[in-house]
Design a protein around this ligand. Sequence first.
Ligand code: ATP
Ligand code: FE
Length: 334
Amino acid sequence: VYILGIESSCDDTSAAVLNIRKPLSNVIATQKIHEEYGGVVPELASRAHQKNIVPVVHQALEKAGIQASDLSAIAYTKGPGLMGSLLVGASFAKSLAMALNIPLLEVNHMQAHILAHFIEDEAQKRPPFPFLGITISGGHTQIVKVNAAFDMEVIGETLDDAVGEAFDKCGKMMQLDYPAGPIIDRLAAKGNPKAFTFSKPKVKDLNFSFSGLKTAVLYFLQREKQKNPNFVSENIEDICASLQYTIVDILMTKIKKAIQQTGITHVAIGGGVSANSAIRNALLEAEKQGTLIAYIPKFEYCTDNAAMIAIVGYYKYIEQDFKNTKLAQARFKI
Ligand code: ATP
Ligand code: FE
């Protein structure tokens, strides 16, 4: 079984081929253009997807060593994401599935961030059901009770900004490039996490809030810059380490609360922020203390990629959850 996955929800154009659960290729074209603007510009993103989609899919097939005619099905990201960007992937996937007369599979991007753990790769292990899926990304911050591959329940989420957004927006205040998350991670490694303290929001239940933290950082920087105009550049490593420490603390507090509430100790993170070294270390530390069992995806499967779309596609394929013609269903063989 060869599944082609196509991802175009935000600013990365990606195509991947899986043979059952094993990735044969996972090509990602990152759009550099948005760096100049300090954030994703939707109109530019969809134009870049249009330019990238054909070469990226070609490359994914070539790397996998197969022809389009060998494909069993095509999976694409239906949403959530930027409308114009999603449309490019969707139209391409639909046309190709129609031309090849093979099943078309619709994939939810957030479900894919969670099921990325099921991609067969030596660098990661598969969580058993039920587990807690923690989706921490540019657009979402959720705690999900995952009972089965397609039985997921959101038990907590952000009431305002996503955690990745908090990283990126705070980074922008410090004149860091977009996306600032990985830059903050790198700078934090050389800083003191206890150098500065930022107040943590008080949010009920398993929900999160990051907009207050963003404002706290903004006022803190303004105040300090009045005293010393070079404050940011002189203390950038300590500021990043302290900010990251606060964010990870907020996440870990809620993760532990979710474990207590549900009795589920298997914790699998997903989404771009799961690439963060501090959250990874905090989970491994909690695992050492016996609080939980951590499932941490390989870096490549943290941020947006098509292999995670293809793995969800694979599970839909074996369930015969097709979104195109009856003809494709009739042709279905396993
Ligand atoms: P969503 O998945 O919610 O639709 P998205 O697809 O835009 O949003 P992802 O690609 O999953 O988001 O993640 C991108 C986010 O991850 C950005 O905010 C980026 O700053 C953040 N990120 C990536 N690497 C790191 C890191 N090492 N530390 C912190 N944040 C990181
Ligand atoms: Fe994403």
